[in-house]
Ligand binder design. Structure first.
Ligand code: HEM
Length: 535
């Protein structure tokens, strides 16, 4: 029933009902016909041509031909595990989300860790952001915390996401290079979009080379809302704090491991769970009263900013343990569909313009990736609470509805699912707006450098050297000199020493912090030489 607490094992039990073992069973076709000979196709004579009539061979090969589904457009390479989340400090004063109110309840979870830029077959230990996506199978529906191992993002508005990802992915003409960021397009984008500066520091730091998934922090990145029973909203940032602490590989280790064992992180996750050494994190929250939001120097809606923990401490409220490997990689880790829009009562969105675009993008891409509108029926995606609605038909429909009607309200079929009207059901937070429609960015998003500087300054000298070496390594692969020069100018706005050290390593002599080139490159009409090239 809705609202009944899920227990730790309920997702395992649900999956059990659809998991089939085939050991020791006789081979059949999809129609259940026993197959006597799986080695030879049907021919005219032993040396004759194979017959079209051979439906067994055709079915087998056709199914094989259709085995692949599109990989995720980003975060294609991943590794997942099951576990539970257990709350020990109730947040009942802030939210009606049951799994954040009822202490001691173990909510089943499925987590998928991923790299962002590489394809499904790429190496684990590349320099990249790591995805950290958690599906909580709560008693009120699935809540997905689709986060990363870094607390900020590259861009402030989702409309820039396709451009950013196109700059990060291999170049379209030759699919080179496959390693993240070591190429002109990424660094061109860096030099033309200074909002990236803070995230650039994280990505060039050791955080981009996690030693183990179990040694990564996780972040929801955006500011979310918690809404309590009185309808009062607080802003919140979600954090995962690893029990083992945050640890990284060195760049040299990461490169060697990528050659020797491209499955390094995924193998370690699998083996540690098999050995009973279960990875564990604490869930932490930074909670801010709405009326305090304007007291910060930055905007809480800007996803390129953190709330420093010195200003708002992280309150740790529960722990997550990953204790079971998937039964089947494709069925679970590949077919799991996380979505920022999957929320439960008591958790709501904010107007962060990056988050708003994500609310659209995940469902949209999954309609393609998972073959139509019924992917919520796939076992790994099914909630544990009841699902009843009037959505019908469509590709891959797995449910058989009884009854004459599938609309609401209706007076013919009394059993038809009806809206509950319950005060406890999800209702969007009734925020009021008074401003006109505009295509603009808030002036409060304009500071692109303060927190980048803060991050660099927070690093030890050894860590700072790693950042310098990382940027110098990357820029040494950039062919266009003007891009290297512009990146040094961006760095000079973050930290003069950083810029000087990088410049010395990549033969840039002009260490200016003048960003006026941005006006020419981003707002001026296309120069003739490029117009010609485009034609
Ligand atoms: C996938 C995180 C921004 C579009 C993912 C995944 C994670 C993630 C963890 C992998 C989910 C999985 O394991 O299946 C984030 C974070 C972001 C961000 C933390 C910023 C704070 C965006 C934006 C867009 C976007 C702005 C688009 C406007 C996608 C898409 C996928 C994806 C299309 C593939 C989903 C699928 O095929 O199932 N993201 N992302 N992301 N993300 Fe994001």
């Amino acid at each position: 029933k809705v609202g009944e607490p899920a227990s730790e094992d309920t997702k395992t039990d649900q999956l059990e009902t659809v998991t089939e073992g085939v050991d020791g069973k006789t081979l059949t076709t999809q129609q259940g016909l026993e197959i006597a000979d799986n080695q030879n196709s049907l021919k005219i004579g032993e040396r004759g041509p194979t017959l079209l009539e051979d439906f067994m061979m055709r079915e087998k090969i056709t199914h094989f031909d259709h085995e692949r589904i599109p990989e995720r457009v980003v975060h294609a390479r991943g590794a997942g595990a099951h576990g539970y989340f257990e709350l020990y400090d109730s947040l009942g004063a802030y939210t009606t989300a049951a799994f954040l109110c009822e202490t001691g309840v173990k909510t089943p979870v499925f987590v998928r860790f991923s790299t962002v830029a590489g394809s499904r077959g790429s190496a684990d230990t590349v320099r990249d952001v790591r995805g950290f996506a958690t599906k909580f199978y709560t008693s009120q529906g699935n809540f997905d915390l689709v986060g990363n191992n870094m607390p900020v993002f590259f861009i402030q508005d989702a409309i820039k996401f396709p451009d950013f990802i196109h700059a990060v992915k291999p170049e379209p003409h030759n699919e080179i290079p496959q390693a993240q960021s070591a190429h002109d397009t990424f660094w061109d984008f860096v030099s033309l979009n200074t909002e990236l500066s803070h995230m650039l520091m994280w990505v060039m730091s050791d955080r981009a080379l996690p030693r183990s998934f179990a040694m990564m922090e996780g972040f929801g990145v955006h500011t979310f809302r918690l809404v309590n029973a009185e309808g009062i909203s607080h802003f919140v940032k979600f954090h995962w704090k690893p029990k083992l602490g945050a640890h990284s590989l060195s760049w040299d280790e990461a490169q060697k491991i990528a050659g020797k064992d491209p499955d390094f992180n995924r193998r370690e996750l699998w083996e540690s769970i098999e050995a009973g050494q279960c990875p564990e994190w604490e869930l932490g929250l930074q909670i801010v009263a709405e009326h305090d939001a304007d007291t910060f120097e930055f905007d809480l809606l800007d996803p390129t900013k953190i709330i420093p923990e010195e200003l708002v401490p992280v309150r740790r409220v529960g722990r997550m343990v990953l204790n079971r490997n998937p039964e089947n990689y494709f069925a679970e880790t590949e077919q799991v569909a996380f979505c920022v829009a999957n929320v439960v009562p008591g958790i709501d969105f904010t107007n962060d313009p990056l988050m708003q675009g994500r609310l659209f993008s995940y469902l949209d891409t999954q309609l393609l990736r998972l073959g139509g509108p019924n992917f919520a029926h796939i076992p790994i995606n099914r909630p544990l609470c009841p699902v009843n609605n009037n959505q019908r038909d469509g590709f891959q429909q797995q449910r058989v509805f009884r009854g004459r009607t599938s609309y609401e309200p209706n007076s013919i079929s009394r059993g038809c699912p009806m809206q509950s009207g319950d005060a406890s059901a999800f209702r969007s937070y009734p925020e009021t707006f008074t401003e006109p429609k505009v295509r603009k960015r808030s002036a409060r998003f304009a500071d692109h450098f303060t927190q980048a500087t803060l991050f660099y300054a927070s690093q030890t000298p050894v860590e700072q050297k790693h950042i310098i070496d990382a940027i110098a390594f990357e820029l040494s692969h950039v062919e266009e000199e003007r891009i290297r020069e512009r990146v040094v100018r961006v760095l000079a706005n973050i930290d003069r020493g950083l810029a000087e050290n990088v410049a010395a390593k990549v033969a840039v002599t002009d260490i200016s912090d003048d960003l006026n080139y941005l006006k020419e490159e981003t707002t001026a009409p296309l120069p003739d030489d490029r117009r010609g090239a485009a034609a």
